[in-house]
Structures are given as C-alpha cells and as structure tokens.
Design a protein around this ligand. Structure first.
Ligand code: G6P
Length: 473
C-alpha cells in the first residue's frame, strides 16, 4: 500500500541559470510540511504534482531528487496551466478564500482550464493507483479531484486537506453556480475533508448544506453508501529539526555575525512569501507608528524584513511589491539617518541555516497576516528558540493564533495598537519570555507535523471504513 500525495507544487524544483542546474525547495507551508513528513516517514510515498520544468530537464535530473519518495510530475500545456494556476487558482480561489473578493478576476475559460487540469491529474493518479492505496489530495488547486478519483475507483481511500482558509457562505456564494457546485461536490468525493480550524470546517459544512441542500449529521455527509467526514487538523512543523538547529556550527557562526552587526540594537524580524494576504504593509505602518510614538527606540531597534519572491507573473503580486518597496523607502528616508537604517529589506529567499540564525537573533517576530490558513513561520520561530528567548507577535487572523496562546496577538488593521504591542514585546522581561516560549514549545513538540500527518491519514482510513461497512457483501 502506498500513499499518493497530490499537490500543485512539487516539493522541489529544477532551475537552470547560466547553464548551471540546481534543485531548490519550493516555498510555502504545504511543501515544507509534507517534505518534512516524507523525510522521516517510513511510508511508501509517491508525490504527484505539476512540473515547473520541461520534460527533458526532468529526464536529465530525476536521479538527483531525494530517494525518500517517488515523484510523478504532470506536464501541462502552458496556456492551460496559465488559466488553471495563475487565473482560476490564484486570481479567483486564492483571493476569494482569503476574503479579497475585489481581487477576484473570474472568467469562464479559466474555470474550464481548472476543470481540465483536475481531470488530467485524475488520469495520472489513475495510472499509478493500486487497490489499497491512500490518495491524499492537497489544497485549492485540486478541489474537484477527489470526486474524479472516486469515479475511477469507487472504493478508494481518499483524504482531502485544504491548506488555506475555507470562506464563509457570504463570500463563497460570489462564485458562479457551476463553480460552487463543482467545488463542493468535488471535495465530497473524499472520505475525509480536513481544514486547519473548526471555523473553516463549519464554513464548508454550511456551504454544502445551503448550496447542495445536503444535511450533515455531526460533521458527516452521506450520499448513498458514500460518506464524507469533515474535521479540523491544524498543520504543524518538524519541531525537533528547528529546535535542534540552534547549536549547529554554521547557525552559531551566522547568528554571531548578525548579533555583531546589530550589537547595540534589538531586532524585529519577519519572513514571508510576497503575498497580499501576509499584511506586510500593515506591519510596516505599525512599525512606523511605533517609532513615532516611542521615539526613545530610534536607533535602538532594527526591522529585518525578508520577503521571498512568489507568483511574480500575477499582477496583484507585482503591485504589492511596489507598495512595500515605497513604504520601506519612505520609512527609511523619514526616520533613518547615515548611522541607522530602520528597515533592512531583502527580496530573496534565505537558506535554512540563515533562517534559524535570524529566528534566534530576533527579539521579536512580527507576523501580521490579514488572513492566513495556519502560518508555519510563527511555529518555526517558537520551535527554534532553544534559548527560550524572544517574543512572538501574531495576527489573530492566522490559524496558528488559535494554538499559540502565549503569543501577543494583534489585529493587523489596528496600526496604533500593533505599534503599542511592539513596544510591549521589546520591553518584556526575560522571565516572561521564557514562560511563554516554554508553554508554546511544549505544545508544538506534542503537535508536530508527524502527528498531524499520521492522524490525518489514520482518520482517512477510519472514515473510509464507513463506506466499506455500508456496502452489502
Ligand atoms: C501556500 C499554498 C501552497 C502553495 C504555496 C506557495 O502555502 O497553500 O499550495 O504551494 O503557498 O505558492 P506557489 O503558488 O508558489 O505554489
């Protein structure tokens, strides 16, 4: 029995620059989480995803991929992929599901491409599926897939997990009727439909009840002999990997370098993919307000802002980048001087050791999404602090805020109060930092990504039994 895990993005990508080929890890919570799981799990895992490289590049480089899982890339036609990924997935679903209805750019051609891409991937799964396999479908790119796989294999064990929020009925209903039905019926093809929080699970069940007219019984939908269980499964991280990295030689050297550069200052840190959901401008406004209101911190604090490039072909992302860069320039121009740059900004990814060095030098992690399914950065920051120092400021709009109860929570739209919370965090005593870190670490150690994945998969099997038991022998 194998696990067929399906996501749009494969965990690794092959990039060729100046004739040099490198294999890089994909950005984002999904790839990070499932890759961590695959590294340590004993399971026989096959990863199906859409290739962002050419077929001949794959043939030349496939042996350099890790051996901990098999990879089955799907090669999509460029135009189809553009309509499927750039438009319907990222300019309709991503925007709507994160409560940005005014950013939605719906068109029928893009929806048809989404339907076609789901069908192509279903076909791929059909080629490799063997009875007994679990099909584990991830995220908003494949909302129609569970139903399609079930049409091929009525007995299949299928789990679907959504890595982003599921919106409430008033937002979801904005989609055209055919898209609404396709999505809800698609997800109901699974035995288990998982969300990061109960709020999201409730939104989904409400949409099914109101739009499909299907009643639920204790988060269970039944259609003839097929049942779909709905539940909350907050995703997590490889706690030990982050915790144990603190003393690695390279991490120590990089941390010493950072502390040396900013020895007379406190560091505020954040790292995100460039995305309008991450509230990057909100946090810049809050930092600016904090400096205005608490001028005693001028020249005594620095904000290290790391932005990882993402979805650069999509208009809204480019626009956001421009505003961020204008704000960074404006704040540095107005507040800084020849001795001090308040915001140190980089638009590049950082490798793992540098990330840990940054997490563990930061007095404050300022994480302010305006809407986020989970936010693994918040969990990573806490897990890395073997020294039990540092303060997490976290938006209450992130799923992670439900679990990380000792974070200082903010409403990212409340600039004034966020500024005050930055001051509070910078002044927090070491005893209080330690108390909060310890409690959050204890929670995360217990609820790591392995627990999450094994729990989700065993619940998929348990939910599947309800179908099998319902079929007369
Ligand atoms: C989020 C989504 C993932 C996605 C990632 C990176 O974490 O939930 O599905 O892969 O962002 O975005 P990208 O568009 O580059 O795959």
């Amino acid at each position: 029995m194998k696990i067929i895990t399906v996501s749009y993005r494969l965990p690794l990508s092959i990039k060729t620059q100046n004739r040099k080929t490198t294999i890089t890890q994909s950005a984002g919570g999904l790839a990070t989480a499932i890759l961590s799981y695959s590294e340590k799990s004993e399971a026989d895992l096959t990863w199906v995803g859409v290739a962002d490289f050419e077929e001949n590049t794959w043939e030349k480089n496939k042996d350099s991929f890790p051996k901990t899982f098999d990879v089955e890339p799907v090669f999509l036609d460029k135009k189809l992929n553009k309509n499927f990924y750039n438009i319907f997935s990222n300019s309709v679903l991503w925007a709507l599901f994160h409560y940005f209805p005014s950013f939605v750019e719906y068109n029928d051609e893009a929806f048809e491409a989404y339907v076609a891409a789901n069908a192509i991937v279903a076909q791929k799964i059909n080629e490799i599926y063997e009875p007994g396999d679990i099909v584990w479908i991830h995220d908003y790119h494949f909302l129609g897939l569970a139903k399609l796989v079930r049409e091929y294999h009525p007995d299949a064990k299928i789990g679907f997990f959504l890595h982003i929020p599921f919106p409430n009925f008033e937002i979801f209903r904005i989609l055209p009727n055919k898209a609404k039905r396709y999505i809800l019926e698609g997800i109901l093809g699974a035995n288990l439909a998982g969300f990061h929080t109960w709020d999201n699970a409730i939104h989904f069940t409400e949409c099914v009840e109101k739009i499909l007219g299907l009643p639920q019984r204790s988060f269970l939908f039944s259609q003839d002999s097929h049942h779909t269980k709905v539940g909350s499964f907050p995703i997590s991280i490889d706690f030990d990997k982050f915790y144990d990295a603190y003393n690695r030689d390279n991490v120590v050297a990089l941390r010493d370098e950072i502390n040396g550069l900013y020895q007379d200052k406190k560091i505020i840190f954040s790292v995100d993919r460039l995305d309008y959901t991450k509230g990057i401008n909100n946090r810049l406004y809050a930092f600016e307000r904090f400096l205005e209101k608490y001028p005693e911190w001028k020249e005594k604090v620095v904000f290290l802002l790391v932005i990882v490039p993402s979805r650069e072909e999509i208009g809204k992302y480019g626009e956001r980048k421009k505003i961020i860069e204008l704000n960074v320039g404006r704040i540095n121009g107005a507040m800084g001087n020849y001795k001090w740059t308040p915001v140190v900004y980089q638009y590049q990814a950082v490798d793992f050791d540098r990330l840990i060095a940054l997490y563990t030098s930061a007095h404050v992690a300022l994480i302010s999404p305006v809407r986020d399914g989970m936010n693994l950065v918040a969990k990573e920051y806490v897990a890395s602090r073997q020294d039990k120092r540092g303060v997490l400021i976290l938006s209450s709009m992130a799923g992670a805020a439900k679990e990380l109860q000792e974070a200082i929570t903010i409403n990212p739209f409340d600039t004034e109060l966020t500024g005050d919370k930055i001051a509070l965090a910078l002044n927090m005593s070491e005893e209080e930092q330690e108390r909060r870190m310890e409690r959050m670490q204890k929670y995360l150690k217990k609820h790591d990504v392995f627990k999450w994945a094994t729990h989700f998969l065993s619940e998929t099997e348990a939910a599947h039994k309800q179908d099998t038991n319902a079929v007369p022998l």
